[in-house]
Every structure is written in C-alpha cells, then in structure tokens.
Design a protein around this ligand. Structure first.
Ligand code: PMP
Length: 291
C-alpha cells in the first residue's frame, strides 16, 4: 500500500507531484513544521504541539490554513487512510504560493501538508544501552525557538554525527555552552546531582518532551536548574541524556571521546525514562512487533 499524504485539500500518494514550484516553502524554506507521536491511535501531548505550531506561525506572521479542529480531523483522516495506530505525524505549513520575491507577500494562502509514517521509536535495547553524541559548532540562526523548516545546519551536523557512528550532534555556541542537539534537547546531571538543561529562549527549540520531562522531574522531587552548561561540564557530568518526540528520553553515555561517568545510563535518567514511557503509553509497545 503506498503511503497517503494530505496536501492542500486532497489526499494523494506520497510520491505525487502535488506542490507548486513557487511554493515559498520549496523556494525559501518559508514555513514551519511539527512532529507528533501517535500511540494506539492517540496523539501524545497534542495540545502542546498545536500550541507550538500556532506560535511558530504567529512569529512568522503566517495565517493558519485552517482551524485547530479541522487540522485534527485531517491528522485523524491521514492516519486512518494509512491504517496506522502507532505513528509519527509530520505537519508542514508554508506561506504558500507567490512569485519568487525576498519580500514576504502581505497576504496569501498557506500550504498545508500532513504525512504519517510508522513510528520508529528506539528499541528497548537502544534505550538501555544509551548513545554517543559528537560536539559541533552551532551554526544556526538566533530564532531556534521557531520550528522552521530551514534546517540545513541541523542536517549537516546530524549527517556528520551519523558518519562518525554517533546518534546525535550536540551543538555548542561561541562561548562553549551546549545549546541543544540537531533535533533534540540536551540534559546533564551535574556534580551536585541537579538536573540541568538550557533555559528556553531563542537559542533552542522549546521541546515538548523537554517540557514534559521538566514537569516529571519536579514531581519526582528531582532538583532542576535551567541554566546553560558547557561541553566540558557535560563531558564530566554524572549523567547525560537527550529528549525528543521520536528519541524519547535517550541516555548519552559518550560525548566525543569522553565516556560519561561509568558509561551506562544513570539513575536519574532511568527514573525519567520510566516515568516518561509510562505517561506516553509506551509500555504497550514493548510487547508489540512494530515499535
Ligand atoms: N530541538 C530541536 C532542534 C528539534 O528539532 C527537536 C525535535 N523537534 C527538539 C529539540 C525536541 O523537540 P520535541 O521534544 O518537541 O520533539
């Protein structure tokens, strides 16, 4: 069965030619996106994702192409047509079609594309073993709070990590502080046992997983500090991990050539992994093939 996408009012095969040449998303990366995990037919943290999507649109003055309720209906229908119960939903909204011009058109109709694919979440083995990340200079713009489809620096960093056998690249600013991963947020447990992550701001994406993990940590009585940390501090940390909708809470056991602590996921990381999985309903997947 070929995958079906929603494109501007129509459901078409993913391979269809359905986007105009002068769509500003295609020509300028003038658009935003959102990624939502669906488990057992239920979208996780849907409201938070749609809040962030609407915020990204507002920041770029792009009119939403439809109401929130209509968008939810499109997501549901796309999942149904692809017969997926565990999935990752990709929503992309661009400013739409206009003659190519650097000056943003004053009005226009945004383009909406929704695709879904089978969720490829980390296996229990991957989650137990943790992963390696490499450090790279953060070469992105200063509005990383907007979930823009302009992802070239992220792609280059991630590709380098992949070629070097690492799962993710941790991006480091000019002052030596880790901002975040190419598609995930970065965390450590410091020498005092406090959970540390960079404060939300324009230098990172406010991850939905990040916001959930912060809440879970506080509920569990773990001391949390939102402050920047350096790459050196991360290498010497007691624990490290990354978070995202598709990587969940993933332990980081090596940064470049430095083994973090004793090279196995730490206890705070494990606690947060377990709580997060429970909350997200991921336990149902551990017994199923299609995780
Ligand atoms: N930072 C960046 C740059 C990302 O692309 C992502 C993934 N969308 C995240 C952080 C994590 O965000 P979330 O937890 O909402 O998936």
């Amino acid at each position: 069965m070929s995958r079906i996408a929603y494109v501007n009012g129509r459901y078409v095969p993913v391979g269809a030619r359905a986007i105009a040449i002068e769509d500003r998303g295609y020509q300028f990366a003038d658009g935003i996106y959102e990624v939502i995990r669906v488990i057992d037919g239920k979208a996780g943290d849907l409201d938070r994702h749609l809040d962030r999507l609407e915020r990204s649109l507002r920041e770029l003055a792009i009119e939403p192409p439809m109401s929130r309720a209509a968008l939810c209906a499109v997501i549901g229908e796309t999942l149904r047509r692809n017969r997926l119960r565990h999935a990752v939903v990709y929503i992309q909204i661009s400013r739409g079609i206009a003659p190519r011009n650097h000056i943003v058109p004053a009005s226009g109709r945004a383009s909406l594309v929704v695709t879904v694919r089978r969720a490829r979440l980390p296996s229990p083995h991957e989650v137990d073993a943790g992963c390696r990340v490499i450090a790279m200079p953060d070469e992105r713009w200063h509005r990383c709070d907007i979930k823009s489809i302009g992802l070239l620096p992220n792609l280059l960093a991630r590709t380098k990590a992949h070629r070097e056998g690492a799962r993710e690249a941790w991006l480091v600013d000019d002052d030596g502080f880790v901002t975040e991963g190419s598609s995930s947020n970065a965390w450590i447990v410091d020498g005092e046992g406090r959970l540390v992550t960079r404060p939300a701001g324009t230098e990172i994406l406010g991850g939905i997983t990040r916001s959930v993990v912060l809440e879970l940590a506080r509920k569990l009585g773990i001391e949390v500090v939102e402050r920047p940390f350096t790459l050196e501090e991360a290498k010497g940390a007691r624990e490290a991990f990354l978070t995202s909708t598709s990587s969940l809470v993933m332990p980081v056991v090596q940064i470049d050539d430095s083994i973090v602590a004793n090279g196995v996921p730490g206890s705070i990381t494990r606690q947060l992994q377990a709580e997060y999985s429970r909350r997200a309903g991921l336990d149902v997947l551990s017994t199923q093939q299609d995780r």
